[in-house]
Design a protein around this ligand. Structure first.
Ligand SMILES: [Zn+2]
Length: 118
């Protein structure tokens, strides 16, 4: 369990922390505050995972080994989960949550627009 950044009680489980975002914050069961991992941190961990996978891909091609692919994937997933575990939660204000939800829906609509013209 992870501590809520407002009341410091350990009320947030790993799945909720991992899936938290500004538009869908992890809610504290004690004080009701929303919190999430910073967008820049979460995006950086994801990008770092792809950076870790790149040399794995080169090693797989060079060594022709499926075992290297599995090992690289396991190392990358472990690194990503460890970074998510170590990430600090920040408070998500109600207004910030509303703005993030609007932005998320706008992004979904922006992704759907090209399909209307195909
Ligand atoms: Zn709390």
């Amino acid at each position: 369990m992870y501590s809520c950044p407002v009341c410091s009680e350990k009320t947030i489980g790993f799945p909720r922390k991992w899936l938290s975002s500004s538009s869908n914050p992890a809610m504290c069961s004690r004080c009701g505050a929303g919190s999430a991992i910073r967008v820049a941190d979460a995006a950086g961990y994801l990008a770092g995972s792809f950076v870790l996978l790149t040399p794995t891909g080169f090693a797989v091609v060079w060594l022709h080994s499926f075992l290297v692919a599995v090992l690289g994937l396991v190392v990358t997933v472990c690194w990503y989960l460890w970074r998510q575990h170590k990430a600090t939660l920040v408070v998500v204000a109600e207004s910030e949550q509303r703005t993030a939800k609007r932005s998320a829906w706008l992004a979904v609509l922006a992704c759907l627009v090209p399909s209307l013209f195909s």
